[in-house]
Ligand binder design. Structure first.
Ligand SMILES: [Zn+2]
Ligand SMILES: [Zn+2]
Length: 245
């Protein structure tokens, strides 16, 4: 089974294979200490296997995942919890908190310097782009690097498109194609505006990926604090390999 090898390598995973699917195993741990968040919840390792399509399948209808649906009406069925993952293995959530209010506005004060925090289950997650140097670092004049992959198998990049400028042709979900990446991809919202990540899935969700519970294959493992203390820098990558060994 292919494994998440580290920042920026997900999309290259076994790219020569003809298989239609690939799987990544996620530990949910960032490469920095997650213990500066102040929710009162304790971040803990959360192993997950996520199976994705090597070639995403675009759907004729979109699936709204956040607080807003078509026409910016209220989405009464947002997809809470895990809707994608950053390339450092951290979960990506939508723009809603448990009360379906704006998570960044309501809970931003509990987030750490990379805009991550833990939910009551201990899952450390982002609701938005994490900030420069946390998962990726933009380069002036260039398309943003890869941020992660959403559960419809479509990759999501930082806020900047071709030429290092925030794109103006994003569709309702937050995606487009451009010169740098002539395949459909998402961008995080520029300037920390809702929905922060994506508004809807443009691609099809296959098998277990659409069910938050069924993609969790490992019970909460060892607490990160002890593991991180025993590991050198780039702990997340080491942790990840240990976690799936
Ligand atoms: Zn949250
Ligand atoms: Zn782009």
């Amino acid at each position: 089974m292919p494994r998440l090898a580290g920042n920026g390598k997900i999309i290259a995973l076994d790219s020569s294979s003809t298989a239609t699917d690939y799987s990544v195993l996620l530990g949910g741990c960032p490469q920095y200490s997650p213990f500066n968040q102040t929710t009162g919840n304790t971040p803990s390792q959360k192993n997950r296997t996520v199976t994705l399509k090597r070639t995403p399948v675009l759907s004729s209808t979109v699936t709204y995942v956040g607080r807003k649906a078509s026409g910016n009406t209220t989405n009464t069925t947002p997809l809470m919890g895990f809707i994608g993952f950053a390339i450092n293995g951290v979960a990506i959530y939508n723009d809603a908190d448990a009360q379906l209010l704006d998570a960044y506005i309501q809970e931003g004060h509990t987030m750490d310097g990379c805009r991550g925090h833990a939910d009551p289950s201990g899952t450390y997650h982002y609701h938005s782009e994490p900030g420069q140097g946390c998962v990726y670092t933009d380069t002036a004049g260039r398309h943003s690097p890869l941020f992660g992959v959403m559960l419809d198998s479509i990759p999501i990049y930082g806020a900047l498109g071709d030429g290092g400028v925030a794109p103006t042709n994003l569709d309702e979900c937050g995606g487009h194609t451009d010169t740098a990446h002539p395949f459909y991809h998402y961008h995080v919202a520029a300037n920390l505006q809702p929905p922060y990540v994506i508004k809807c899935f443009k691609g099809c969700i296959f098998s277990a990926n659409g069910n938050n519970a069924s993609i969790i294959v490992g019970a909460a493992g060892s607490r990160w604090r002890a593991l991180l203390a025993a590991l050198p820098a780039a702990a997340a990558l080491v942790l990840f390999r240990r976690g799936v060994a």
